[in-house]
Design a protein around this ligand. Structure first.
Ligand code: ASP
Ligand code: MG
Length: 424
């Protein structure tokens, strides 16, 4: 089988002309074909979300302001890269046309559906810009439309991949490029996909890492590299803990646990497919490509260091039956149903005889109606603005350091992991 690598570049890396040139530096050093996955430039996805919100609200003046900002951001990079060149601008204009075509339709009553067909233009813009730039610089590449390759169901904003159709679609498309046209570089969008009926979907915020894993899996890549603005994976956020240690080699299971608990460096769905095919995932520093970064593979864990993970903006909800009865399986099933209806995920739960407590990300737009519904049958109390701290391989010292002057509302531990809901 053809040897191939998958490289993913995040929006933070390709936020300006310097970043795009660095991407160019990195890929031109490669000897084997590379699929380049790119997410939206800088904070574009947040801007796209504003476009959706103003579109849905019918606020066309503000919407137009955001669109102008979006185009301006991309055109400024294009001008920095190749001053006076109109070819990249023309590529940007094409995507603008597609975006405007979407925005000229009336909003539907399905926010998530509208969200996906609009927000996806962030990735369409970044890849059109970068692919065109590389071609102009003589680094020939094929621009691929990920919506035609990553096939999903229609769970808009969090689509599930249909591996049976996606794997051969990617494989065939890339094989054709390599064999028939001798293509070495492919440029495509992270984060987006398409349904069998051709609707655009997204894979969840920060989903571009997952895209890289999907391509890696389908192509049986020799490695998947996530290029980041950090030297690798750390046992704690170096911005908060200056003495954080870089982890050089991490077994898949350990990395999966860390991302599950909220270590924000890798999208949690990313690792499973790679582990299934034993494809190593490297996290490497974008501006220091010679450095080894961190490698996630089937290595074994030697001398584990405590890893600290914080999830902020949590809400701790305690639910009590109104009739003072005990919490029974039946209650739990009702509670879970309500949570699932509002797509709320539980980060931690604990029950006692008289209450059931859960800690969730505080998406208030969904939490509020869920609380309302719970209140029909239960007495509900909650604490917002709490944080969830998790320590893998905890020690007495590491716990003391985290708790410091905070109040512990809930604590849960097993032999390797401790989790605490903390209040300032
Ligand atoms: N652009 C998307 C986001 O910001 C996806 C990604 O960057 O991974 O969430
Ligand atoms: Mg991004």
């Amino acid at each position: 089988m053809q040897k191939i690598k998958v490289y993913k570049f995040g929006g933070g890396s390709v936020q300006d002309a310097t970043g795009v040139r660095q991407l160019e530096n990195i890929i031109t050093r490669q000897e084997i074909p590379v699929v380049v996955i790119i997410s939206a430039i800088g904070k574009t996805t947040n801007l796209m979300e504003k476009i959706v919100a103003t579109y849905q609200a019918g606020n066309s003046t503000e919407m137009e302001m955001h669109i102008q900002q979006l185009l301006q951001n991309h055109k400024a990079i294009a001008q920095d890269l190749l001053p006076g060149n109109s070819v990249i601008t023309a590529a940007i204009d094409m995507i603008e046309m597609s975006l405007r075509a979407q925005l000229s339709q009336n909003p539907t009553d399905n926010y998530d559906y509208d969200y996906d067909r609009i927000v996806s233009h962030g990735e369409l813009l970044s890849t059109a810009l970068i692919s065109t730039y590389l071609n102009l610089k003589g680094i020939e590449n094929e621009w691929l439309d990920a919506r035609q390759l990553i096939q999903t169901d229609d769970s808009f904003r969090e689509a599930h991949v249909d591996w049976k159709t996606t794997t051969p679609a990617i494989r065939n498309r890339i094989d054709a490029g390599i064999n028939e046209r001798k293509t070495k570089f492919f440029v495509t969008q992270g984060f987006i996909g398409g349904t069998a009926t051709g609707e655009t979907v997204t894979l969840g915020r920060e989903g571009s890492d997952y895209t890289a894993a999907i391509f890696g899996f389908a192509l049986q890549a020799t490695e998947v590299v996530i290029w980041k603005d950090v030297p690798g994976l750390f046992n704690a956020d170096p911005k908060i803990y200056p003495d954080a240690i870089k982890l050089d080699e991490i077994p898949y299971e350990e990395a999966i646990e860390l991302s599950y608990y909220g270590a924000s460096i890798i999208h949690p769905k990313t690792l499973k497919p790679l582990q299934n095919k034993q494809i190593p995932l490297l996290v490497k520093p974008f501006f220091f490509p010679e450095e080894p970064g961190s490698v996630i593979s089937s290595s074994s864990l030697i001398n584990p260091t405590p890893s600290l993970i914080f999830k902020k903006n949590q809400i701790l909800i305690s639910i009590f039956p109104k009739d003072f009865s005990f919490i029974a399986v039946q209650n739990l099933s009702e509670i879970f149903n309500i949570l699932s209806q509002y797509r709320l995920k539980i980060n931690l739960m604990q029950n006692s005889a008289l209450s059931f407590s859960i800690c969730l990300d505080n998406h208030w737009d969904r939490v509020e109606p869920a609380l309302k519904e719970l209140k029909v049958k239960y007495k509900v109390k909650y604490n917002d603005k709490v944080e969830l701290a998790t320590i893998r391989h905890y020690t007495e010292d590491s716990v003391a350091k985290i708790v410091a002057d905070k109040e512990v509302l809930v604590e849960q531990k097993n032999r390797t992991t401790i989790q605490m809901v903390l209040k300032d």
